[in-house]
Design a binder for this molecule. Structure first.
Ligand SMILES: [Zn+2]
Length: 178
């Protein structure tokens, strides 16, 4: 998973790591080396602490200004999933308190957290069977999963970060809310 994150970040930063296949092949190593050269780092193709920091924190903005809500989460990940049919994607914004907890959870677990539903407009909320006063409407809830991690482990960790949790075991995700 980590190699994949590196590949995705390299690509967003304008480098060509080859296929996003989670394998540190020659193209990925070449992209890392090129990135290191451009950033005045030792060009050894290894993502040590310095390169990691440059890649994940100090690169030129790889997203629109203001879109990086936390170190690991981008605003676009929380866009309403109506695909523009009912809203412009952001009838509301994600709550900063929820985002802080989600980021802390992400760092505790140290695995990616995939958002399946963040903000919802009322029409989309109704369409997916959300309750009328769903916390998704106001950015106080997120549905997510962590690949390779069962929902109970995710849920337990989320509770430790003061998040309310509803486990959707059948569908393999957790609803987290403040
Ligand atoms: Zn919508």
């Amino acid at each position: 998973m980590y190699i994949l994150e590196i590949q995705e970040t390299l690509k967003k930063a304008g480098y060509d790591p080859g296929p996003l296949d989670d394998i540190a092949g020659p193209q990925t190593l070449a992209a890392i080396t090129a990135f290191q050269t451009d950033h005045g780092l030792e060009a050894d193709g290894m993502v040590g602490p310095m390169t990691h920091q440059a890649l994940f924190q100090d690169t030129n903005p790889v997203v629109q200004p203001g879109d990086q809500l936390t170190h690991h989460f981008n605003r676009q990940e929380f866009r309403c999933c109506c695909e523009g049919r009912f809203c412009n994607g952001f009838p509301n914004e994600m709550n900063p308190v929820l985002m802080a907890s989600l980021e802390a959870l992400r760092q505790t677990l140290d695995v990616p957290i995939i958002v399946t539903s963040g903000i919802r407009c009322p029409s989309r909320n109704a369409e997916v069977g959300g309750i009328p006063n769903s916390k998704h409407l106001i950015g106080h809830a997120v549905d997510c999963y962590a690949p390779g991690l069962d929902v109970y482990t995710l849920a337990a960790a989320a509770r430790n970060h003061n998040l309310g949790v509803i486990i959707y075991e059948d569908q393999g995700f957790c609803h987290l809310e403040i």
